[in-house]
Design a protein around this ligand. Structure first.
Ligand code: FES
Length: 238
């Protein structure tokens, strides 16, 4: 990446950026949080969830994939964008089967943490209650598709960080599901509990077995501070 510095305007604030950075990277470096879900440091951006949508010179763009350019005028924290992101998270909740109170990931779940940050207490759309398969075949890892938001972080982490190809997708539209590279389920793959793909899951879809509640509820990551606080520590809520 070049040493050249350019300037962007984000919600009226001028911030520096380097050519080659994405909007998400540049804003994060400037202490501005753009909500994100399918994005993960170390992975190539997937650009699928659209939670990171910002307006760039008036046009909606995904901040995690859009490269910066000099003079960009970006809207991030506006009522319209907060509403849009909230709707996306709302839809993710009703499109799967997310029972947070029974989920081991509660307090560490990025979907749940975004819902709290956006002030969601109950989804505004009807629940779809889809039929989804649980794969408990692997001795070390549980795969519960009910909690899957199809972010592809495990798919990308398996390939890009683990050097494997354990996960992929099957089906289309509402029938799209997380798949594994074996007809015998996860047990038939070369997945291991220490794989980055397992840790990459933002929800409770992939969980290592037999370590449940090692950290009690109430002492977990998002029990202490809202998601995004590590980027803009002064922000307690939206
Ligand atoms: S975080 Fe940018 S599209 Fe998902």
């Amino acid at each position: 990446m070049s040493d050249e510095t350019i300037t962007l305007t984000v919600d009226g604030q001028r911030i520096p950026a380097r050519p080659g950075q994405t909007i998400l990277e540049a804003t994060e470096a400037a202490g501005i949080y753009v909500p994100r879900l399918c994005w993960m440091k170390e992975l190539l951006p997937g650009g699928s969830c659209r939670v990171c949508t910002v307006r760039v010179n008036g046009r909606a763009q995904a901040a995690c994939t859009q490269p910066v350019a000099s003079g960009m005028v970006i809207e991030n924290d506006t009522p319209e964008l907060r509403r849009l992101r909230r709707d996306i998270v709302d839809m993710l909740f009703v499109e799967g089967n997310h029972f947070c109170m029974f989920c081991e990931k509660s307090g560490n779940c990025e979907l749940q943490a975004l819902a709290y940050r956006f002030g969601i207490t109950a989804p505004r759309f009807p629940y779809l209650f889809p039929q989804r398969e649980v794969d408990a075949s692997h001795p070390e890892i549980l795969l519960d598709r009910n909690r899957c938001i199809l972010c592809a972080r495990c798919v990308r982490a398996s390939r890009e960080l683990d050097g494997k190809a354990v996960f992929g997708f099957t089906g289309r539209g509402p029938g799209k599901r997380l798949a594994v590279a074996s007809a015998d389920g996860l047990a038939g793959t070369d997945a291991e509990r220490g794989d980055r793909a397992v840790a990459a899951c933002p929800t409770g879809t992939l969980l290592p077995k037999r370590v449940g509640y090692a950290v009690p509820v109430g002492r977990r990551r998002f029990d202490h501070e809202p998601i995004g606080a590590e980027i803009e520590p002064a922000t307690a809520s939206e």
